[in-house]
Design a protein around this ligand. Structure first.
Ligand code: ZN
Length: 127
């Protein structure tokens, strides 16, 4: 289990980066595609505003590129090296992985992006 108070906890759970008391997202399930990226305006616990500026989360597209490469590389290693599939099957498994894990990749990217700018603050938890 990842300890509360670390950036990894906030990134993997999608909780408020400052207090980590509640989820930033309106729905827990990332596969409800109409609300995958719907995010609360601010944290109801510590009142942290999630959008630091208009279009703040556009920057997470840069992060999403790296996260996507990581998922694609994992799919390649698993299919090509472990299951000994051909290069065409490995290519299809990469595409399949990116489609299936798309909503998770988008949320992970947003979580990483906001955690680059905000840090955990223990004093906000006690409020
Ligand atoms: Zn908070």
């Amino acid at each position: 289990m990842i300890k509360k108070g670390t950036k990894l906890y906030s990134i993997l759970s999608g909780t408020c980066p400052k207090c980590q008391e509640e989820s930033m997202y309106m729905t827990k399930n990332p596969y409800l595609l109409s609300s995958t990226l719907k995010i609360h305006d601010h944290c109801s616990h510590c009142k942290t505003k999630y959008r630091l500026e208009p279009s703040f989360f556009y920057g997470s597209m840069y992060v999403s590129y790296g996260v996507g490469i990581a998922f694609a590389f994992a799919a390649f290693v698993i299919s090509f090296l472990i299951f000994d599939a051909g290069i065409d099957i490995a290519f299809l498994s990469i595409i399949g992985t990116l489609v299936v894990f798309g909503p998770i990749i988008m949320r992970l990217s947003r979580n990483i992006w906001i955690n680059l700018f905000m840090h955990y603050d223990k004093s906000l938890v006690k409020k």
